[in-house]
Design a protein around this ligand. Structure first.
Ligand SMILES: [Mg+2]
Length: 378
């Protein structure tokens, strides 16, 4: 198999409702897809969601990194096996900066999908075999409008979701109102955790968590800014609620820093910001060795390719504490891939074990949402 051409396609997919947190509000998913082509007409697909406030990447920086560095180095490579494709990717992954993680992810997934299709194996095999036949996804409430909180919570209760993450903000009063509303509708059997998206200081985190004790929160995600490792350490040491690192965790180096500084209890592994499947596996491995847990996270607006990649990670890890993503048709007006792998009732979804990544864009839908296209060829 020879890598002969890559397409970089920007898509804009409208979302069913806008999603809001302390760092961003979004009602269109603008993602980048990469199509990898081989000499026999085979195609593999990758995806990323560049986020300036997570990895420092933008749509333009991802296009730039893909066209000038990442894809030219992959073009022309001849690969004799799926393992050879994975081996080719590792040195390049090691050379990526923190602000190139999403760009690399899109290229990596495309190559793994293509090689998996060609050599008859799942792209997930870079993480090893399936460990668990199905996983349970959490619901996420990301609004401070109480009517919307009520509607979201009612939908999740009816859908049978077992775990819910609630986005919180600066105001303790507003946060308590959101949590009270969610708890009242969801009942005591559903676990609640919060994500502050960097909104607080360490002292403010302890004040807010203390005031939230009656909700029996199972986690607090990224309470302080991503670069505030001292703050993360202080909140973790307080042991009020397990601390999840999200914006603080993108690269393998970030994972090592968080472990060394004892700055969290759980890693939020999102495939796009963490540089793809191979790096997700390496970050997961570091966490296990350090006695930390991992969760599968998602960028808001991920389409089916990233959902599938996340599914591979969650089902092939030794065990993730929570899963997010695979919201497909629940969040997007229309997902662009087939088959539909949107999570089912209760948030349950099965492992994927077909060749490649397991989903592919439907041509007419891709065309509908395509915003721009570039080609990189020899
Ligand atoms: Mg988060």
């Amino acid at each position: 198999m020879k890598l002969t051409r890559f397409d970089i396609i920007t898509v804009d997919i409208p979302m069913r409702q806008s999603v809001r947190h302390a760092l961003a509000e979004r009602n269109v998913a603008r993602n980048i897809l990469v199509a990898a082509h081989d000499e026999k007409g085979g195609i593999g697909w990758g995806e990323c969601c560049p986020r300036p406030y997570v990895t420092g990447e933008t749509i333009d920086s991802v296009k730039q990194d893909l066209t000038t560095t990442i894809l030219p180095q992959l073009l022309g490579n001849e690969l004799a096996s799926f393992e050879a494709a994975a081996d080719m990717l590792v040195p390049q992954l090691d050379s990526m900066a923190r602000n190139q993680q999403a760009a690399f992810c899109a290229a990596e997934l495309a190559v793994l999908d293509l090689a998996g299709n060609r050599f008859g194996t799942s792209a997930g095999m870079v993480l090893g075999p399936v460990q668990t036949p199905q996983v349970r996804y959490s619901g996420v409430i990301a609004t401070d409008d109480i009517e919307s909180v009520k509607q979201n919570a009612a939908f999740m209760a009816k859908f049978g979701v077992g775990d819910v993450k609630v986005k919180v903000g600066a105001s303790l009063e507003s946060n308590l109102e959101i949590l009270t509303t969610a708890r009242t509708i969801l009942g005591d059997q559903v676990t609640l955790r919060i994500d502050a998206n960097c909104a607080w200081s360490a002292a403010e985190t302890i004040r807010q968590l203390t005031a939230m004790q009656s909700f029996s929160l199972t986690g607090v995600e990224q309470p302080v800014p991503g670069e505030d490792i001292d703050g993360m350490r202080a909140v973790t040491a307080a042991k009020l609620v397990p601390v999840v690192a999200d914006e603080s965790l993108c690269s393998l180096e970030d994972a090592r820093t968080l472990i060394r500084e004892q700055a969290c209890d759980v890693f939020n592994v999102r495939i796009s910001k963490c540089g793809g499947l191979i790096n997700a596996g390496r970050i997961d491995q570091l966490a296990r060795e350090a006695g930390l847990d991992c969760q599968l996270g998602a960028q808001v607006g991920e389409a089916g390719i990233l959902s599938a990649a996340g599914r591979h990670y969650a089902t092939r890890s030794q065990g993730v504490r929570w899963c997010e993503g695979s919201y497909g048709q629940l969040l997007l007006e229309e997902d662009i891939t087939e088959p539909d792998i949107t999570l089912g009732p209760g948030g349950i979804a099965p492992a994927l074990d077909t060749h490649g990544i397991g989903v592919t864009p439907a041509p007419e839908r891709l065309q509908r949402y395509e915003h721009a296209r570039l080609t990189v060829s020899a």
